[in-house]
Design a protein around this ligand. Structure first.
Ligand code: ZN
Length: 219
């Protein structure tokens, strides 16, 4: 019979962390367990190097998190839509942040021409973005620049997809403020870039016809 791997180091770290928190604030967990009021919903990549709380300096309770491979917003993804509906309708978050990252393996896998399995279905929206912006990507100087630009274009496209979901549209129609942001994180320097594609209402939607004609600069 195979032996059970020993994860006692993780559990020991947890004990030390919890004890440390209580030393700083004896009511820390008591207070946190009774209240969750984050202002932010984070939609990020599953990549272990991009932990939302850590890179934004936010404490437990301050950011609601959904992560998947390559930070995608599939309009029929019940997991993401459930998170989105809860975050907006119950937690009343004011900001949804789609945060991609340079050097994203998912973005790379989407366009490297190799077969990877089920994830190839998941990554289809990235291939759509790459096709839509083929000329711009082609003009990038080198593979790294092309990859980084596709990471950015992917984030911008996901923000636009998010803005088109019935949940977000209904929120705006009800007059509730909600801002959708697109960011990109640099694994090499730890810095987040604001991609300046924030959408705060239906007027921020970019016509797909314009985007596809190549005259638009977004989505
Ligand atoms: Zn990634």
């Amino acid at each position: 019979m195979a032996s059970i791997p020993d994860l006692s180091g993780l559990l020991q770290h947890n004990v030390e962390w919890a004890e440390g928190k209580l030393r700083e604030d004896p009511h820390y967990f008591e207070r946190l367990s009774g209240l969750q009021t984050p202002d932010y919903l984070w939609i990020g990549c599953s990549d272990s190097r991009v932990p939302a709380n850590v890179i934004t300096g936010l404490a437990p309770g301050e950011v609601f998190v959904h992560r998947n491979v390559a930070n995608l917003v599939h309009p029929g993804d019940l997991n993401l839509l459930s998170v989105l509906e809860f975050a907006i309708g119950v937690l009343h978050v004011k900001h949804v942040i789609v945060c991609g990252h340079y050097g994203c393996g998912g973005v790379h896998a989407a366009v490297d021409g190799n077969a990877h399995g089920i994830v190839d279905h998941w990554l289809q929206p990235i291939r759509d973005v790459a096709e839509r912006y083929e000329d711009e990507l082609h003009s990038c100087s080198g593979d790294d620049a092309r990859h980084n630009r596709l990471c950015e274009l992917n984030v911008r496209a996901q923000v636009q997809t998010l803005a088109r979901t019935p949940i977000v549209r209904a929120t705006w129609e009800a007059g509730t403020p909600l801002h959708l942001h697109g960011w990109a994180y640099g694994l090499g320097d730890g810095r987040i870039r604001d991609l300046k594609c924030t959408v705060s209402g239906p007027e921020g939607l970019i016509s797909r016809k314009v985007a596809q004609s190549g005259t638009g600069s977004d989505a």
